[in-house]
Design a protein around this ligand. Structure first.
Ligand code: CTP
Length: 223
């Protein structure tokens, strides 16, 4: 892995939803617009870093100076991130990865009228956890890993648990109001116990604050 120069890091950003196919014309997805991740990629490139943006299906323009890799499903996102991982100094895992995918993808169109049934089921299987697969669930002193969590209810407790389980240095917590919105209010929790509140502001402004985290990696405790 290249040395980590805080002025010029290799930054990997994931953004947007994933799309999990049911048949050639239908899929499961979520409301993520990709705006937060794209804004982070733009802010990181402007700050002088080398940025790779792995993007789920969104209709946003690629920020200037950013290398973009388009993917559709969670498994494609994992494969694309794995390719970049060795050279990565910092990861912003902003994508809203679908936890589940249909167990079977139909080759032809699913025709509801064929059987005449009034109910139907789609069997789902677990998708890989992209972040936990990359980190192996452990923090690495040579990388800065920023996770995201969209939570309802007791968000802080849940986000802290995810931070530990996924081997991240920071986790950025926002509420469901942030989905598809222009502005956001964030709480950033650090593996070192820090809690930073970023008050309501545009996603572009919040992204600049999140890129500033690259200068303040919480130290990894020695065992
Ligand atoms: N994440 C991931 N791969 C998944 C699911 C989530 O890499 N299959 C990442 C997200 O990009 C985010 C972090 O893990 O950075 C937390 O995502 P979240 O959806 O809040 O957590 P989950 O592990 O899916 O937990 P839950 O569904 O129970 O809230």
């Amino acid at each position: 892995m290249p040395n980590r120069n805080p002025e010029r890091m290799r930054v990997l950003v994931t953004a947007g939803p994933t799309r999990e196919r049911i048949d050639p014309v239908r899929f499961l997805t979520n409301d993520s617009s990709g705006r937060m991740g794209f804004a982070i990629a733009e802010a990181a490139a402007r700050a002088g870093h080398d940025v790779v943006l792995v993007a789920g299906p969104v209709s946003l323009e690629t920020p200037k100076g950013v290398r973009r890799v388009d993917v559709e499903s969670a498994r494609e996102m994992l494969a694309a991130c794995k390719k970049e991982w060795r050279a990565t100094n910092a990861l912003y895992m902003a994508a809203a990865v679908a936890d589940w995918r249909p167990a079977n993808q139909l080759a032809g169109k699913w025709r509801a009228k064929d059987g005449g049934a009034q109910t139907a089921r789609i069997e789902l299987v677990r998708n890989p956890d992209v972040l936990a697969t990359l980190t192996g669930g452990k923090r690495d002193p040579d990388r800065i890993v920023v996770a995201f969590a969209l939570e309802t209810g007791d968000g802080e407790r849940r986000a802290r648990a995810k931070l530990a389980k996924k081997g991240a240095d920071w986790i950025v917590l926002n509420g469901p109001g942030a989905l598809n919105a222009e502005t956001t209010r964030l709480v950033v929790l650090g593996a070192n116990g820090l809690s930073i509140t970023i008050p309501e502001r545009t996603k572009k402004a919040a992204a600049r604050d999140l890129v500033a985290l690259l200068r303040h990696a919480p130290a990894v405790e020695q065992p």
